[in-house]
Write a protein that binds this ligand. Structure first.
Ligand code: PHE
Length: 423
């Protein structure tokens, strides 16, 4: 139970409430939702089980596990760690926005996202969030935070469900629900939608980051990985689905545009809260809960590069924590400055958006793909299957191995390549 809750704490984060709706909005609504759901239930679930199983089997971190399979594969582990590090660097930028909105909503709800982001406040908030993470990790109170988070997730659902019911009942919400749920079959064949859906599924489930391998390595019992993973995937999916239903009902009934990108939630929710009774209280509560859900995720993201530096250099934990924190601050600063008056960008794309699509989307998918190739081709087949089944009382059909060996990597590779080539 503790294991499931810790994994839910890592999975349920701002990916569900910030990233998912923004991708639905920019990828034609239902045309994104359908591939996303399919991927979660098949590829996402399989990868989650595999990550847990590998971690539990080798009892070590991602680089260590891959190195045990073949020494050279430690470089693949290093790739995963780099991707996770970059994701951490801009994840804290969003946490900074959320922290700021707690105060904006409480003090001056009139300030909108554009005027907020076109200032240096987001940079101040960015450093504050890094400091909070540093204190949590340094004090080793992640366990305590995780306990708070269990209550946090329940409270988050507690506020999400009534808001969603309210949103669905608003006049005009029907168009939003239609946008969200109806699938344009022509668009569904677009590989860029699939590659975004892969990236988001992995991002949201925390798959492909090395985090779940670490969680698996703490397990020594014979709890069923298949059952636990199904519960975690279901939980994560339902929360994202409900958040989407809420956002798109609100959005359309207030006549706003769905394809606003990364700022979507920060534009829609304050606009809504300003119109409803007790809106200020709800708004503050909403952003505080989102901050808590995000902090447990960011703390678990930080652990991956910290553990890698400790293992690779043999340096003490405190030094590794300090070094990674400073590096995250240095690299993340570029993302934090992308909507500021400096407007840092790469070509036409703000650095932040670039990082999120290249690392959060493609990077994580590639990392997950290499992991599944290594595990399904190079680990002992019998041992792997036995270990996955261990404790579940289930027999996994042989074809799942072939699914992992061929279908999974090929599908991910094809969608990424064709989306990059824009076919
Ligand atoms: N799954 C988290 C979210 O949805 C992000 C995350 C990924 C957290 C990997 C930890 C590890 O926000």
């Amino acid at each position: 139970m503790g294991f499931i809750l810790a994994s839910v704490g890592s999975a349920v984060g701002i990916g569900n409430i910030w990233r998912f709706p923004y991708l639905v909005g920019t990828n034609d609504g239902g045309a994104f939702l359908l591939p996303y759901m399919i991927i979660l239930a098949t590829f996402g679930l399989t990868l989650m089980v595999l990550e847990f199983a590998v971690g539990r089997y080798y009892q070590t971190s991602i680089i260590g596990c891959l190195a045990k399979i073949r020494r050279q594969f430690r470089w693949v582990g290093a790739f995963t760690v780099v991707v996770t590090f970059v994701v951490t660097s801009y994840y804290v930028v969003i946490l900074g926005w959320i922290l700021s909105f707690v105060f904006i909503m409480a003090i001056d709800p009139g300030i909108d996202f554009d005027s907020f982001s076109n200032s240096y406040y987001p940079v101040v908030a960015f450093f504050s969030v890094i400091a909070i993470n540093f204190v949590i990790i340094r004090k080793g109170v992640s366990g305590g935070i995780e306990k708070i988070n269990k209550v946090g997730v329940i409270l988050l659902i507690g506020i999400l469900v009534p808001l969603t019911i309210y949103a669905v009942l608003l006049p005009g919400s029907g168009d939003g629900i239609e946008f969200y749920l109806s699938t344009d079959l022509g668009r569904v064949m677009d590989p860029s939608i699939w590659s975004a859906a892969f990236g988001q599924a992995f991002f949201s489930l925390s798959v492909g980051f090395g985090t779940l391998v670490a969680y698996g390595s703490y397990l020594r019992n014979k709890s069923s990985l298949i059952r636990s993973s199904s519960v975690i995937v279901a939980f994560d999916t339902v929360i994202a689905f409900v958040a989407g239903l809420m956002i798109f009902s609100f959005l359309f009934s207030f006549g706003m545009e769905p394809d606003q990108g990364a700022s979507l939630v920060f534009k829609v929710m304050p606009a809504i809260f300003s119109q409803i009774e007790f809106g200020v209280v709800m708004a503050v509560l909403f952003f505080v809960l989102l901050l808590m859900a995000g902090l447990t995720s960011s703390v678990s993201l930080f652990q991956v590069p910290i553990a890698a530096v400790e293992d690779a250099t043999g340096m003490g934990r405190n030094r590794a924590v300090l070094i990674i924190t400073l590096l995250v601050a240095a690299v993340g600063l570029f993302s934090a400055l992308s909507y500021s008056p400096l407007g840092l960008s790469i070509g036409e794309t703000p650095v932040f958006d670039f990082m999120d699509s290249v690392f959060g989307g493609y990077g994580i998918s590639i990392s997950a793909m290499m992991f599944v190739v290594i595990v399904s081709w190079f680990m002992d087949k019998k041992k792997l299957i036995e270990h996955i089944q261990f404790g579940s009382g289930l027999r996994i059909p042989q074809f799942t191995l072939y699914f992992a060996r061929f279908v999974l990597p090929v599908a991910i590779a094809v969608t990424i390549v064709s989306s990059i080539l824009n076919l």
